[in-house]
Design a protein around this ligand. Structure first.
Ligand SMILES: [Zn+2]
Ligand SMILES: [Zn+2]
Length: 257
């Protein structure tokens, strides 16, 4: 891979900007996208969760932009001023307004929540009966399709994020993958090959191999992101992405930045 389009800095839940950029440079990449988390939801509990986590890019993006501009003069790789937006179909208007105003190099859209609960919160989902968990997985893919159809984003991050959560893992069907792939065919939004958990507990990429097959069958290409939050994650994850790209003969999409 040439560029890592998905990383985080201290402007959300990652490490210092300069350390992330240096790590990408040392990994031999020609570019890094700093895509900090951002939520513009005015609904509770989303507002409260955002405040608790300190995801303030909606108010600090200009400060971060100045820092990125300063860094660009001192490093030998491209640094992109990007964002990872929380997506919910009810907030399309607010997201569109914010993205228009902020003018990022590109925007990544993410479905992180079901019933306003982050899908990583295993106990919340584990106590539900299987029937409800299946309905939530249906809901998850409806939201991803809606994200893709919204045309708000250049990239749809980790389009099967629910697989990280043991209580929701394995409930996605080929029908979900087919419907999502069809939405990508009709959209400018590109799915992301995300290495955020490939070297951790989950041990797989997003999308899963079967989902990747479905995308390939539909002629849908992917972009790439390590989703690194710490500098030391960039190189090993980029290496794993390269291995998979080689294995599958994939040429990732280069974003227009
Ligand atoms: Zn994410
Ligand atoms: Zn991320």
């Amino acid at each position: 891979m040439e560029q890592d389009y998905h990383t985080h800095s201290t402007y959300s839940d990652g490490r210092f900007l300069f350390a992330m950029v240096r790590a990408a440079s040392e990994a031999g990449l020609s570019g890094i996208g700093i895509s900090d988390h951002c939520t513009v939801s005015e609904r509770e509990p989303m507002r409260g969760q955002r405040n608790l986590l300190g995801f303030n890019l909606d108010v600090t993006y200009e400060r971060r932009r100045g820092a990125i501009e300063g860094l660009r003069e001192r490093v030998d790789i491209a640094v992109h001023d990007a964002v990872e937006m929380d997506y919910d179909p009810r907030e399309e208007g607010a997201i569109a307004d914010f993205l228009d105003q902020a003018g990022f190099d590109y925007a990544i859209g993410s479905v992180h929540h079901l019933e306003d609960t982050n899908v990583h919160v295993e106990p919340y989902f584990a106590e539900k009966p299987e029937r409800e968990r299946r309905a939530l997985v249906d809901r998850y893919f409806e939201k991803v399709v809606s994200l893709v159809e919204s045309e708000l984003f250049a990239v749809a991050a980790h389009p099967d994020l629910i697989e990280r959560t043991p209580a929701l893992r394995g409930l996605a069907s080929e029908e979900h993958y087919r419907r999502t792939a069809e939405a990508f065919v009709r959209s400018r939004t590109v799915p992301e090959l995300n290495a955020g958990r490939v070297l951790d507990d989950y041990g797989s990429f997003h999308p899963s191999p079967v989902f990747l097959d479905a995308l390939a069958e539909h002629g849908v290409r992917v972009t790439v992101g390590t989703d690194s939050h710490r500098p030391e994650e960039v190189a090993p994850r980029a290496e794993r992405i390269d291995e998979l790209l080689d294995e599958r003969g994939i040429e990732p999409v280069e974003l227009a930045v």
